[in-house]
Design a protein around this ligand. Structure first.
Ligand code: ZN
Length: 375
């Protein structure tokens, strides 16, 4: 679902990232504002002014989407849910949750926070515009502010569609969940409706293209495709989570993992460990004591010609809650950490002793067997 992304800044502790697809959309938005919307509503301004209005409008839209996602994230944090960060991509943004919401009420409040914030922000912009019109502010300024009022309303409206995983779909799921008490069934229904909306939009897109509205049609088609796959992925993720629940980390781990001594050079480590075992992370152990871990990512940060001059011990990362887990912890917790830190291996530790390594692929193997046996 996501391609390459760049971290822009940190806001109240949440990393704000953009997906590369966002840049294409920004150019399209600026272009359509400067060449379409603004010249249509505000005639007689110079071409340069329209372009500046377009840039300001796109910037305001960016701030509006970040604000919307930030409100989701703040409510999530209030309920103790870890948020991986806010990512802006082709159709807006997502506040990425690393875990499922704890109860129906928390999910409802988290979901509703987004549209409510957009409505309030939109009303705020309309209020400023009213002041601007009375105060005789320049037409381009009032124009951009008015556009931001309108676009926040649209943002709220689109997100309120009862199509999971959009906010409206999450609200629907939380209501079904609270009513029947069955989270899995609520998710299945909500994601089926989401998928249905997706298919509907795909048809709408094809219909529009056939009628000659090519740009509008492609737009609907893409949103439909996105919605359909997002709703299916969310349901599959839930099934994975549920199948692993109650399973201990200890039962998946490799009890005798390959470890690396801290004294060897990075060059030797690459030759004798990475190219031999193909793992992305190795525990660093010296005479039975766990020192930390060394990752391919860390090695990549060192220029090749310097590999001979550094030791594994110098590059090792310390043990933390990002790369270790206890053997009695729930396997879903390992999955959450892996998803949050984008890794596929964690060290299993008991106090400061290494007892094994847990790998994502072993958990997935277990899942596919479980599905096969229980089907
Ligand atoms: Zn939202």
């Amino acid at each position: 679902m996501f391609g390459k992304r760049i971290t822009l800044f940190k806001l109240l502790g949440f990393e704000v990232r953009v997906d590369m697809s966002w840049f294409i959309i920004v150019v399209l938005i600026i272009w359509s504002l400067a060449q379409g919307l603004f010249p249509f509503y505000y005639k007689g301004l110079s071409t340069g002014t329209y372009w500046w209005m377009g840039v300001a409008g796109a910037l305001g839209l960016f701030v509006s989407i970040v604000f919307h996602e930030l409100c989701h994230s703040l409510v999530a944090r209030r309920y103790g849910l870890p948020i991986k960060g806010i990512t802006l991509f082709i159709f807006g943004g997502v506040a990425e949750m690393a875990e499922e919401p704890p109860n129906a009420k928390a999910e409802f409040l988290m979901a509703v926070a987004g549209p409510v914030s957009s409505v309030l922000l939109g009303l705020g912009f309309y209020g400023i515009r009213a002041v601007g019109e009375r105060g005789g502010w320049p037409v381009p300024v009032n124009g951009v502010i008015g556009y931001l009022g309108m676009i926040n309303g649209l943002l709220a409206g689109f997100n309120l569609l009862p199509a999971f995983p959009l906010d409206g779909g999450r609200m629907l799921r939380s209501v079904l969940w609270g009513w029947k008490g069955d989270f899995r069934r609520a998710t299945r229904i909500a994601s089926r409706i989401g998928s249905g909306f997706g298919v509907g939009m795909i048809f709408l897109g094809v219909f529009n293209v056939l009628r000659g509205n090519f740009i509008g049609g492609i737009w609907w088609f893409m949103i439909g495709m996105f919605l359909r796959s997002a709703s299916q992925i969310s349901y599959q993720q839930l099934l994975t989570r549920r199948a692993l629940e109650g399973e201990r980390v200890g039962s998946f781990m490799e009890p005798n993992p390959v470890t690396v001594p801290p004294a060897i050079s990075v060059e030797q480590f690459v030759e004798d460990f990475i190219y031999k075992h193909y793992f992305k992370m190795f525990p660093v152990v010296e005479s039975g004591r766990l020192m930390g871990c060394i990752t391919v990512h860390r090695v990549k940060g060192i220029p090749r010609e310097e590999w001979g001059r550094h030791t594994v011990g110098e590059l090792a990362e310390h043990c933390s809650s990002e790369n270790t887990i206890a053997p009695q912890a729930d396997a879903t917790k390992a999955l959450s950490i892996m998803s949050r830190t984008r890794t596929s291996r964690l060290m299993v530790v008991d106090g400061d002793r290494l007892v094994g390594v847990i790998a994502l692929k072993d958990m997935l193997k277990f899942l596919s067997l479980k599905v096969e046996l229980e089907e």
